[in-house]
Design a protein around this ligand. Sequence first.
Ligand code: FES
Length: 98
Amino acid sequence: MFNRLHNINEPTVTITIEDQQIKVPASDSVAAAMLAAGIVTARTTPISGAHRGPYCMMGTCFECVVEIDGVPNQQACQTQVREGMNVTVQRGLRDIES
Ligand code: FES
């Protein structure tokens, strides 16, 4: 669905998204890394379970919230990847005790 406009000629990091290890440019946001890997769902809605994914890519819509290293409600488009990061889809309501 999404393709990079150029080859990766910069340092990379390895992150895990939904148990899938991928190597991405170190300058990527989590949302860009997800979309480039073909992972378009960042969260599901609390009521209907509808899938939502990155939309505005500039921190406005909050459709891209994911869990990063166990911490919910992280905006994937506003978070830069880092080595060893573990990203999971946020399913429904977040745990308010987190
Ligand atoms: S894609 Fe809209 S806030 Fe992240």
